[in-house]
Design a protein around this ligand. Structure first.
Ligand SMILES: NC(=O)c1ccc[n+]([C@@H]2O[C@H](COP(=O)([O-])OP(=O)(O)OC[C@H]3O[C@@H](n4cnc5c(N)ncnc54)[C@H](OP(=O)(O)O)[C@@H]3O)[C@@H](O)[C@H]2O)c1
Length: 275
């Protein structure tokens, strides 16, 4: 009996230590940022620039084992903790939030998205809408984003900075989006996201949290293996590099005030965009 109890305690302690391994890396005297889709593109650039400040970064990715660039960053910056998170996996979001329940999150950056590098993106015909892509985009870009933000809202409320930033797109705006029949799947998902952000902002206002949607501009990020256009290095005309977009977005985010809660802002100068 004694042996069993001791063994059970030992196993319990070991499991607890393993579960808390990520949290142990976070520096209590530094702000903490949680980022979704942190393994590539704009998300990875956020990790790079924020970790260079010495801040803590909870960098989440669907497949951390394959996130070699993120792993390399975490080796250099001990404040970067990598966590597995698929934003469509609601029980997985709840489990991660439970592990971090006592961890303040100063800035939550909802960045993960299905981006429109697909054959149908520029089809010009509603008849060519890929309904699987459309459903996946809504699930990821809109519903996944609000699920992560609402689940981690207590962590943001417990922090100093209290900011939630949803990376959206002008493509989801009636006023700012392209005037043509393109990217049906993506634009619908970002318009849905914008409305969720707008509606959520009434809730966060009462909690002292500033919630915004932020356009990153047109940014040269690369398609992943398996995505349409992979390896072709096609540059979007007039697009900027991730480093430029992210440093401008960080400036906007640093200067955020509670008066900006519920707004859709541009990366460049923080101007208010039409929903
Ligand atoms: N690039 C632009 O010109 C542009 C313009 C306007 C808005 N945006 C927005 O900016 C953000 C970042 O764009 P980006 O160009 O960096 O995109 P990207 O290079 O395509 O990267 C997308 C990221 O989202 C992740 N992701 C996709 N589905 C996910 C899921 N279910 N759970 C967790 N992570 C998931 C991807 O992970 P995997 O590696 O596992 O796929 C990847 O890390 C997006 O919200 C995008 O809509 C970009």
């Amino acid at each position: 009996m004694f042996m069993h109890t001791s063994l059970a305690r030992l196993i319990g302690c070991t499991l607890l230590l393993v579960a808390q391994a990520g949290l142990a890396e976070l520096k209590p005297d530094q702000p903490t940022v949680l980022i979704t889709g942190a393994n590539r593109g704009i998300g990875l650039e956020f990790v790079q620039q924020i970790s260079a400040r010495g801040w803590n970064v909870i960098a989440t990715a669907r497949n951390p084992d394959e996130a070699t660039e993120l792993q390399a960053l975490a080796k250099v910056h001990p404040g970067v903790v990598i966590e597995k998170l698929d934003v469509t996996d609601h029980p997985g979001i709840d489990t991660l939030a439970a592990r971090y329940k006592d961890q303040p999150v100063d800035v939550l950056i909802s960045n993960a998205a299905i981006t429109p590098r697909l054959k149908t993106a520029f089809s010009g015909k509603a008849a060519m809408i890929d309904y699987d892509v459309a459903r996946n985009s809504l699930e990821t870009n809109a519903l996944g984003a609000i699920k992560v933000a609402s689940t981690f809202l207590p962590n943001v409320m417990a922090s100093q900075q209290k900011k939630i930033v949803f990376i959206s797109s002008k493509g989801g705006s009636f006023g700012e989006g392209p005037k043509g029949p393109i990217m049906f799947e993506y634009r619908a998902s970002k318009a849905a996201l914008n409305m969720l952000v707008y509606t959520f902002s009434y809730e966060t206002k009462n909690k002292g949290v500033t919630t915004i949607a932020l356009s990153p501009g047109s940014v040269n990020t690369e398609p992943a293996p398996g995505e349409f256009g992979y390896g072709k290095k096609i540059r979007q005309p007039g697009a900027i590099e991730p480093a430029e977009s992210v440093s401008a977005m960080l400036k906007v985010m640093d200067g955020l005030t509670t008066a900006q809660n519920g707004q859709f802002l541009d990366y460049k100068d923080g101007r208010v965009l039409a929903w």
